[in-house]
Design a protein around this ligand. Sequence first.
Ligand SMILES: Nc1ncnc2c1ncn2[C@@H]1O[C@H](COP(=O)(O)OP(=O)(O)OP(=O)(O)O)[C@@H](O)[C@H]1O
Length: 199
Amino acid sequence: MEITVTNLSKSFDGRQVFSQVSQTFRTGDIYCLMGTSGSGKTTFFRILLGLDQPDSGTVSGTEGAFLSAVFQENRLCESFSSLDNVLMVFPKVTKEIRESVKEDLCKLLPEESIYRPVSTLSGGMKRRVAVCRALAVPFDAVLMDEPFTGLDEDTRRKVIEFVKQKTAGKLAIISTHQEEDVPLLGGSLIRLTAEEKGI
Ligand SMILES: Nc1ncnc2c1ncn2[C@@H]1O[C@H](COP(=O)(O)OP(=O)(O)OP(=O)(O)O)[C@@H](O)[C@H]1O
C-alpha cells in the first residue's frame, strides 16, 4: 500500500501546527517521524487515522486499508490481563490465536506478568502490551506514537527488534524523540519541525 499526503496543513485556534506537508509512505518501509514537542506528530497521526481533519490538503491510500495504531496513551483496560488486552482486538479467539499472542507477549514481557491485571504492571510493561496489541492483528499499516517511551536501553532494543520483525513487508510510521532509533529500525527519517512548518 501507499499513503500519500499532499499539502497537509493544520492549525488550532489560529495557531499553525504544520503547513503544506507532502510525503509518500510506501509499504515495506519504516518511517521515523521526529520533531520537537508540539511540532504536530500526534496531530499528523490523528489525521492519517481519520480521527481529525486537516484545514487543507489531502490524505490518499488509506481508504479500505486496515490501519493499526499505538496511541500516545496506552488505551489498555487496567483490570484485564495483558493477554486479554491483546486478545480483545480479535473478533474470534481461536486456540492458535491465543497461543501466538502468548508467544508474542512472552518475547517482550516475563511470562508470569501476562496473566496479571495490567494495573499491576510498570509503565514500560504497559507500553510493551500496547505495542504487542497493535502488531498482533492483521494490518496494512501501523502508526505508532512514541512507542518506546518508558523503556530502558536493553528493553528498547528488544522492542525495536520485535517491531522490525512484525512490520517486515508492511508500512510503519513511528514517531520518536531519539534519533538513534532511526538506524536501529532501519527507517527513513522524516522531520516535522515547527521551524520549517513542514516535512
Ligand atoms: N484538540 C486540540 N485543540 C487545540 N490545540 C491542540 C489540539 N491538539 C493539539 N493541539 C496543539 O497542537 C500542537 C501539536 O500537538 P501534538 O500533540 O500534535 O504535538 P506532538 O509533536 O505530538 O508533541 P509531543 O512530542 O509533545 O507529543 C500543540 O501545540 C498542541 O497544544
